[in-house]
Design a binder for this molecule. Structure first.
Ligand code: NAP
Length: 297
């Protein structure tokens, strides 16, 4: 266990402690408890963030119980992000469009679901790149769960164009259709083939890798061939293990601006933190807490 090297006292757990949970299975690798408990500690809040492993068939029982307890809310992760929507009193419109919930608030026994992944990504971009998404041309690699959250959010926040390239092309097309169904015709699928990428990237401001390619233990892999990447872009990778992926290393060599995936993780948590506590999250402390327990690079 890492030593607690700061001087902040941990509030004792007592009858007034508010709880926040993390529901998923398995949770062994999760960084959220470390991040949130450090945030509570640094602000001296009497809150405690608890990992709670929940088997598939138990989700309804557990969430019904939690709503009757001293919980301010909880995060939801794999494999429950979709099925949780059937266990809540309300789901906000962005989470409905995404089709998944990762954050729940409990107020007066009522559970409301949100999805903060896409907002977390946008905030990390603003924080790392000083960039607003408005009017930008974005190219996304991947069409999985994280891609859905990011694409829906980018469309709502006024990205000019969103191109989506995915190994399974049909999934990129389906996601583009769903994004456009929100009302702005801004999204289209593009082939993942090198020649097509090369052309599309010349008209791109921000490239985002949302695939798991490059993630530990396959750090040597990159979602696109080196030669298709021009200089001058903002290149984001939502993979955060390792922090410096092969894609980001290549982008650095080409003089691109870089946005690491750890920012999305911290900022999606920061949005939830604010919902549960009503306070602005101490994001620096959250970055520090994660950096202390995860691999250095
Ligand atoms: P997912 O739903 O399983 O989607 C995976 C995506 O990666 C799909 O588009 C898939 O393409 C693509 N892919 C997987 N292996 C590939 C390969 N060998 N070659 C080409 N494409 C490949 O996963 P997810 O939940 O969206 O998560 C994706 C990554 O984002 C993970 O590494 C996860 O850790 C990371 N993530 C980070 C954050 C953050 O806060 N930073 C948040 C969420 C997720 P197909 O459709 O062709 O299978």
């Amino acid at each position: 266990m890492p030593m607690n090297t700061d001087n902040h006292h941990h509030a004792p757990i007592d009858t007034r402690t508010r709880l926040v949970g993390l529901l998923g299975q398995p949770l062994g690798h999760s960084l959220s408890p470390v991040m949130h408990n450090q945030a509570f500690r640094i602000l001296g809040l009497n809150y405690c963030y608890l990992p709670i492993e929940v088997a598939d068939g138990d989700l309804e029982t557990v969430t019904a119980g939690i709503a009757k307890m001293n919980f301010a809310g909880y995060n939801v992760t794999i494999p429950h992000k979709i099925r949780i929507m059937d266990c809540l009193d309300a789901v906000d419109s962005l989470a409905q469009a995404i089709g998944a919930v990762n954050t729940v608030t409990i107020r007066d026994g009522r559970s409301t679901g949100y999805n903060t992944d896409g907002i977390g990504f946008v905030r990390s971009l603003e924080a790392a790149g000083g960039l607003s998404i408005k009017g930008q041309a974005v190219m996304m690699l991947g069409s999985g769960g994280a891609a859905r959250a990011i694409a829906m959010t980018l469309a709502r926040q006024g990205a000019a164009r969103i191109a989506i390239a995915n190994r399974t092309a049909a999934k990129a097309h389906a996601l583009a259709v769903d994004v456009n169904a929100q009302g702005r015709d801004c999204c289209q699928a593009v082939p993942l083939a090198p020649d097509a990428l090369k052309v599309a990237l010349r008209h791109t401001d921000i490239l985002v890798n949302t695939t798991s390619v490059g993630m530990h233990p396959r750090e040597g892999e990159c979602p696109i061939p080196d030669h298709v990447l021009p200089g001058g872009l903002v290149v984001c990778d939502i993979v955060y293990n390792p922090r410096q992926t092969r894609l980001l290393n290549i982008a650095r060599q080409k003089g691109c601006r870089l946005v690491e995936g750890l920012g999305m993780l911290v900022y999606q948590g920061a949005v939830g933190f604010q919902m549960w506590t009503g306070l602005e999250a101490p994001v620096e402390a959250m970055f520090d807490a994660i950096s202390r327990v995860s691999s250095p690079k």
